[in-house]
Ligand binder design. Sequence first.
Ligand SMILES: CC(C)(COP(=O)(O)OP(=O)(O)OC[C@H]1O[C@@H](n2cnc3c(N)ncnc32)[C@H](O)[C@@H]1OP(=O)(O)O)[C@@H](O)C(=O)NCCC(=O)NCCS
Length: 162
Amino acid sequence: MARYDALDVGEMVLDDLDEVLAVDARALKSSWSRAHFLVELESPLGAAYVARSPRHRDGALLGFAVVRVVADECEVLTVAVDPKARRRGVGRALLERALGDAQRRGATRAHLEVRAGNRAAIALYALLGFGERGLRARYYVNPTEDALLMTADLARPEVEAT
Ligand SMILES: CC(C)(COP(=O)(O)OP(=O)(O)OC[C@H]1O[C@@H](n2cnc3c(N)ncnc32)[C@H](O)[C@@H]1OP(=O)(O)O)[C@@H](O)C(=O)NCCC(=O)NCCS
């Protein structure tokens, strides 16, 4: 499917939460509750983003990303794109915005955990400059799976603020 020729990536607000939860439930096996999102929206360390297509008739929410910036470290907590909107640049746009903002807030490194079998997410993270830094055996449940630890140097050109 063709890429979106325009995407709005903005900060997540409370009014987005119903749509965020619907995308989350369609996209992820072990999804976040409303309370999880509220904690991040209310935390001064949290930063959450949503992507919409301004040209789409109803401007439906296509995906979201949540990160946390503590001192010079950015942690990617979750990112998900509606299954019907994948491979059109939404995940990349969300993470580029989140990592660019984190960099502006003083983060010099980003890290995350991902299911070792999640090839789509690992490919996206690698494209953005994340490299594998370790493994946590049997970290995930339902189903049990190892976690890959990935980190990125935010000074690298792949993730420079745009
Ligand atoms: C991972 C995820 C967020 C990617 O979102 P997306 O909008 O489809 O990704 P993009 O279109 O921005 O992809 C950018 C690049 O990442 C890589 N990529 C993305 N999905 C891929 C896939 N299924 N297989 C291989 N590479 C993939 C490609 O290099 C792609 O560029 P290309 O399409 O030009 O080849 C999406 O698949 C998703 O929501 N998965 C379920 C939730 C999840 O696993 N989240 C991560 C939890 S840690």
